[in-house]
Design a protein around this ligand. Structure first.
Ligand code: IFM
Length: 477
């Protein structure tokens, strides 16, 4: 299906000294509810798994929680003005499920919905296209208590919630993402336990991944039926996976990790099947008995767009010789069945997350999705970097982050030139925020947040990005 509001990207690049993006390219920035809103107990909101997790000792660095975060819930109109000052064409935010449907089932909470209605109206007033993500990891705690994502019923609860949000906001929101990064929800949430709800069981992680995708498919069907003009998609976090050497054993390690990180989601969502080699790799973990007839067809319900979040590359090597693999049930891991694959660092520059900076990996990733999976419009729905920032004379000169954005936008441009129908780019993140298990110790924002005073300071990268948006491209090199 073609995208009505954005013309095809291919063949319209200005190849002059400047790197100009296609007309109508959607320039945006992204955030997520739990990371910025705060007001955790206000307006009828009930706890999510992240409230429980962050309030559990030892789970989040320094015991940080999202209770206050960037206080966006109370400062929303000012934050939208900030976005307008930057010239953002679109803002990608997520709806907090426990704010709009307390407990995760039953009727809508009018006060919760009203916050998002006001946000969307404020965006539209400023000419900023709202881009709504339904699930950015804040599962209502009551649904986790009933089994969480490993339980099939959670998928149906998600579709009901999607319908409820569509009923309230479908008249004013065109762009919808069902899930953000289901790999993290499934494999960090239920595999390694590094993320909420902090459970560690490989089989549960695989079931969670399946039910997240099932919930996505059911939600797409519900949204499509009630909002036929909406642009519907899903956001996956993808990594190129490279073997550390020419050794076939390293190539096999790369195949395994690529299966779990990328193909576990891309294949069901865009081809309607699980890859056979992945199923074989997981033999010890699960027999896939949780997959019922018709599930894969539901998961592969046609979409209008695909969102790609890109941060870095994985370089992997075969398990060390002579070291016996811990069975999956004894070694909490986000790579069930492949726990002993080694992740290798190459000594290239890294961000404050220790993630390798690898802009060519974005070209590789976008080309792969387009060339191997789909002709649908693609959007980079997140890309960005954490660095240690400093306020000097009231300014934050984040040249490393600026250089990261610059390199990745050049890569995005290269992908378009190679034929990828890339229609937009969202910087992660609009502002510094609660970086999950890292709390407030990692800063990804283009806008500095002083967590004591809630002062906002646009960093150099924000001013630079505003200029990129204004000229619809980058200065030549
Ligand atoms: O902060 C996260 C975001 O919530 C999901 N994608 C990756 C970001 C950086 O870790």
């Amino acid at each position: 299906m073609s995208n009505p509001s954005h013309p095809p990207a291919v063949g319209v690049l200005d190849q002059g000294p400047e790197l100009i993006f296609p007309p109508g390219f959607l320039w945006g920035a992204a955030t997520a509810a739990y990371q910025i809103e705060g007001a955790a107990t206000e307006g009828g909101r009930t706890p999510s798994i992240w409230d429980t997790f962050s309030h559990t000792e030892g789970r989040v660095v320094n015991g940080h929680t999202g209770d206050v975060a960037c206080d966006h819930y109370h400062r929303m109109p000012d934050d939208v003005r900030l976005m307008a000052d930057l010239g953002l064409k679109s803002y990608r935010f997520s709806v907090a499920w426990p704010r709009v449907q307390p407990g995760g089932s039953g009727p809508a909470n009018a006060e919760g919905l009203d916050f998002y209605r006001r946000l969307v109206d404020e965006l539209l007033t400023h000419g900023i296209e709202p881009w709504l993500t339904l699930y950015h990891w804040d599962l209502p705690q009551q649904l986790e208590d009933a089994g969480g994502w490993p339980a099939r019923d959670t998928a149906s609860r998600f579709a009901d919630y999607a319908q409820l949000v569509a009923d309230a906001l479908g008249d004013r929101v065109t762009y919808w993402t069902t899930l953000n990064e289901p790999w993290c929800s499934a494999f960090l949430g239920y595999g390694s336990g590094a993320h909420a709800p902090g459970r560690s069981d490989g089989a549960d992680a695989v079931r969670a991944g399946h039910h997240l995708m099932l919930g996505h498919g059911l939600a797409v069907q519900a949204l499509r039926a009630s909002r036929p003009r909406a642009q519907l998609g899903v956001t996956v976090n993808l990594y190129p996976v490279t073997p550390a050497s020419d050794d076939p054993a390293d190539a096999d390690a790369a195949r395994r990790i690529d299966g779990l990180a990328n193909r576990f989601f891309l294949d069901p969502l865009l081809r309607g099947s699980y890859p056979a080699d992945l199923v074989a790799d997981l033999t010890e973990v699960t027999d896939f008995g949780h997959v019922r007839d018709g599930d894969l067809a539901t998961i592969a319900t046609p979409l209008d767009l695909v969102g790609v979040n890109y941060y870095s590359r994985h370089v992997v090597a075969a398990p060390a010789e002579g070291v016996e693999r811990e069975p999956y049930w004894r070694a909490p891991s986000c790579w069930p069945g492949s726990e002993d694959v080694r992740f290798v660092t190459r000594g290239v520059p890294v961000t404050d997350m220790d993630w390798e900076i690898d802009a060519p990996g974005l070209v590789e990733t976008l080309r792969r999705v387009h060339e191997e999976y789909t002709n649908l419009p693609l959007y980079v729905t997140e890309n960005g970097s954490a660095f240690v920032d400093e306020v000097v004379d009231g300014k934050v000169d984040d040249i490393d982050r600026l250089a990261y954005f610059d390199a990745h936008l050049r890569a995005a441009h290269e992908a378009i030139a190679a034929g990828v129908p890339l229609h937009g780019y969202f910087a992660w993140s609009l502002m510094d925020n609660f970086e999950w298990a890292w709390g407030y110790t990692k800063r990804f924002g283009m806008v500095w947040i002083d967590y004591d005073t809630q002062l906002r300071i646009p960093k150099s990268s924000a001013r630079w990005y505003a200029e990129v948006i204004r000229r619809n491209g980058l200065a030549g090199q």
